[in-house]
Design a protein around this ligand. Structure first.
Ligand SMILES: [Zn+2]
Length: 367
């Protein structure tokens, strides 16, 4: 088993797959599965996400609930320099001139290898394996994932903690614009008539707490735009920023604070304001809530003999998008070190551990 999975992993990382160009690796996975008696199909998401591939979906029938595992196929390399993996003392690295791509090809290898084992065995749940496109940049492929079946439980494999660590929440993101409308006037001829939009912006920025809040949410202001000549009282300013939060409630709270500060500032200056939340350009928060999947994850982890741990994630992950469609969903770590860098590495034993955990989840008797 060990040799196989290491070879499979090396073959996968040697195939370039920058975000949007996943087709070659998708075809490799599809052929590999076919040789082992498993059919797969590409969904039609490619057109929506500017990918030549879209998501690759394979199913292995069983009994009981339907469990989905997701592992993204794209990596952050540009594809111009071929990745040449090497394994020394059980640890895989690149030759030092590229990333390795263990993020997330280690998860892809573990998932491919696991479902091939499951195909030969009857005592497991219905399994759907999704090899997703464009996770690392732009709109995530899973946002448009097309499935023919209802999924009961979903595990999104990604992230550098050891197998047995699960992600229960990830920050959602909402970019915003505050448009402040004042009144232009000559600074010396009739300043009494003017309403200074820059002054309003200054008051808002000064009173709004920025950075991280106790509940983990964050507020950032990244740009202020407006104004003109020195002799004109500025009539319009736009403040740009973003709010990140673990729940819709926390998101709402941050925006109501921004609104209160804007109202207070504009009361002083006589300006008007409008806060626009650009939800479409952001991502919804991910939080598993009280659902059963953490229990399943715990049981399967203990059965496989690993340490169980729950964690939050400060970035946007595929779970943020899938949670809007699948109720029982959790992130699952795959291990490895220094992703997105030339120092990236992973132990082959970590890939095997991820495979063991996938098998343990798949074979768990779920009532
Ligand atoms: Zn990743």
């Amino acid at each position: 088993m060990e040799e196989n999975i290491a070879d499979l992993f090396c073959s996968l990382v040697e195939i370039p797959s920058p975000s949007g160009s996943e087709l070659e690796v998708a075809e490799y996975i599809s052929r590999y599965l076919k040789k082992n008696g498993i059919d797969s199909y590409l969904d039609n998401s490619g057109a929506h996400i500017r990918s030549n591939s879209g998501n690759l979906v394979a199913e292995v029938g069983g009994s009981g609930p339907t469990i989905m595992f997701v592992a993204h196929m794209d990596t952050v390399e540009t594809g111009s320099v071929k990745i040449r993996p090497k394994i020394k003392n059980g640890t895989a690295t690149s030759h030092g001139n590229t990333i390795l791509g263990a993020d997330n090809k280690a998860a892809v290898a573990a998932l491919v290898s696991a479902i091939i084992d499951l195909k030969k065995d009857n005592s497991h749940s219905n399994i759907i394996a999704v090899f997703s496109a464009r996770e690392e940049s732009g709109i995530m492929g899973v946002k448009y994932l097309k499935l023919n079946k209802k999924v009961d439980y979903a595990f999104i494999i990604d992230g550098g903690s050891p197998a047995g660590t699960f992600i229960t929440r990830a920050l959602g993101q909402t970019p915003f614009k505050i448009i402040i409308k004042g009144r232009e006037a000559h600074s010396a001829v009739n300043p009494e008539y003017g309403r200074n939009a820059i002054k309003s912006a200054g008051l808002i920025v000064a009173s709004q707490k920025l950075g991280r809040f106790q509940d983990g949410s964050t507020v950032n202001i990244n740009k202020i735009d407006g104004g003109g000549s020195t002799n004109i009282i500025p009539g319009q300013v736009t403040i740009l920023g973003e709010v990140r939060a673990f729940s819709p409630e926390a998101m709402k709270k941050r925006f109501s604070e921004l609104e209160a500060h804007s109202r207070k500032a504009c009361k002083i200056t006589g300006c008007k304001f409008n806060i626009i939340q650009e939800k479409k350009e952001g991502a919804p928060p991910f939080h598993i809530g009280n659902n059963k999947i953490a229990e399943i994850a715990k049981k399967a982890t203990e059965t496989a003999g690993f340490r169980f741990e729950l964690k939050s994630e400060n970035g946007t992950i595929e779970a943020n998008w899938l949670k809007t469609r699948i109720e029982n969903l959790i992130g699952m770590s795959r291990g490895g070190k220094n992703p997105h860098s030339k120092e990236e590495s992973i132990k082959i034993s970590e890939i095997i551990d991820t495979k063991k955990l996938i098998l343990s989840i798949s074979k768990l008797k779920i009532k």
